[in-house]
Design a protein around this ligand. Structure first.
Ligand code: NDP
Length: 433
């Protein structure tokens, strides 16, 4: 705490991991001796820089940007960039720390990092977004490389932003280095199924959890917070597997549609028009729009928080439990507060932690890197089948590790321990670096 003052979300993420690692250090004293945990909590490198840009009125604007290169024991730093006014060092560090464990869990050769800026893309013109991305990359490019650091998208950074960032990287370096970014467009080095991967992966993991407990997704009522990249494709796959999705949201409000969410309508509003979710209810009968409403009060069997950190509190967890919720799986990073997690688990709700549940996005990013390295392009079906296998493997590892350490059913401990063992052993092998 003294070493990283004010970084609230980072403290929260580290505490949650440390609380589960006791049993590992008892069995692996060699990792304790080398102080691997302390090393893991200290990023290898942190870059903070200013991003000056001009708005459409010709005024100079100044934002702050970050890249935290957390750990490269398993491969190049890998993790997204977030554009949101709430971004500061504590958010980027929490995301980077989580990323190290998540990437280790995928079994793929990727280290962990994260970045972003306090730039607010909402209401900005396309030209402003482009100028901002170009200015940011004019500094960031020198820290990147397909063998060094490979960013992707996150909140506020989708394919449009990746395009402008990658374009500026290409221009400055004079290299068409496809592997330096993931989440690219299909025509310029992207992977099929990357856009869908995080959301689909969330639902594959949910399905694995239910199957491991002699249950299934078919016929379950499901709610999904957010209506961005992760939320939309989690809804799509949940529906495809027979669940009934009845609610989604954005930071303004919640839509509840008991006939089942019309996903094409959500995609049109969010992906094409870049509009607000309240538009969903306009001219559509049988839909409730709750401005400032709380999605967690909508009765459901399965709840998938897919918006942002700490969006599901202890009161929300109580509401879910009282309404008979069976399973909560974290699509967003750290969406449940520690009290909420405790409450859900004490009440017997199956709980899937973000590190495991939403790892499908970064796993498919690693598959995009594989395709770029071999100058290949795989089919949607093949890429999705790889994603499905990876999610089943992550579930198996988390489930089995929890059992092996005497904590059956504890996916939080299972995922933390399995991720820690892979990255910790690699760090020990590489020596003090
Ligand atoms: P998007 O920007 O596409 O969507 C984010 C959604 O969450 C929007 O509906 C947004 O609503 C809502 N939201 C964002 N911030 C807040 C807030 N402070 N309060 C309430 N709602 C908010 O982002 P993604 O879907 O890509 O990311 C969502 C989560 O998933 C994040 O936690 C991200 O780190 C995580 N994640 C994403 C991956 C990916 O591949 N994209 C991979 C792994 C994790 P509004 O428009 O009103 O802001």
């Amino acid at each position: 705490l003294r070493r990283n003052p004010g970084e609230r979300e980072f403290h929260q993420a580290v505490r949650e991991v440390l609380e589960t690692l006791g049993p590992v250090l008892e069995r692996h004293p060699e990792l304790a001796q080398r102080r691997i945990i302390e090393l893991l909590c200290e990023p290898e490198r942190q870059i903070i820089f200013r991003v000056p840009w001009q708005d459409d009125q010709g005024r100079t604007r100044i934002n702050r940007a970050f890249r935290v290169e957390f750990n490269s024991a398993l491969g190049p730093y890998k993790g997204g960039l977030r554009f949101h006014p709430s971004v500061y060092l504590g958010i980027v560090k929490f995301l980077g720390f989580e990323q190290v464990f998540k990437n280790a869990l995928t079994g793929l050769p990727i280290g962990g990092g994260k970045g972003g800026s306090d730039f607010d893309p909402k209401g900005r013109s396309d030209a402003e977004i482009m100028r901002f991305c170009q200015s940011l990359m004019t500094e960031l490019y020198r820290h990147l490389g397909e063998h060094t650091d490979v960013p992707a998208g996150d909140i506020g950074v989708g394919q449009r932003e990746i395009g402008y960032l990658f374009g500026q990287y290409k221009r400055i370096t004079n290299r068409y280095e496809s592997g330096v970014f993931t989440g690219k467009g299909l025509d310029w080095g992207g992977s099929r199924a990357r856009r869908e991967a995080t959301g689909y992966g969330v639902v594959f993991f949910t399905q694995e959890m239910l199957q491991a407990h002699q249950d299934h997704l078919e016929g379950k009522t499901c709610i999904v917070s957010g209506s961005g990249n992760v939320a939309i494709y989690a809804m799509e796959k949940a529906m495809a597997l027979g669940a009934r999705v009845v609610a989604c949201s954005d930071s303004d409000g919640v839509v509840v549609d008991w006939n089942g969410i019309d996903l094409e309508r959500v995609k049109r509003i969010k992906e094409l028009e870049r509009g607000r979710i309240r538009v969903y209810a306009e001219g559509k009968s049988g839909v409730n729009y709750l401005e400032g409403g709380n999605i967690w009060e909508v009765p459901c069997h399965v709840a998938l928080p897919c918006a942002t950190q700490n969006e599901l509190t202890a009161d929300d967890a109580r509401a879910l439990v009282n309404n008979g919720c069976l399973l909560v799986a974290e699509g967003a990073n750290m969406p449940c507060t520690p009290e909420a997690v405790r409450l859900l688990r004490d009440a017997g709700v199956l709980f899937g932690p973000a590190k495991a549940v939403n790892a499908g996005g970064v796993a498919t990013s690693a598959l995009e890197m594989q395709q770029n390295a071999s100058r290949d392009s795989w089919s949607f079906a093949y890429t999705e089948s790889r994603l499905r296998e990876i999610m089943a493997q992550i579930h198996h590892q988390s489930f089995e590790t929890a059992e092996r350490f005497g904590l059956p059913g504890d996916y939080v401990a299972g995922a933390n321990i399995a991720g820690f063992l892979r990255v910790g052993r690699a760090m020990a092998s590489l020596g003090l670096i």
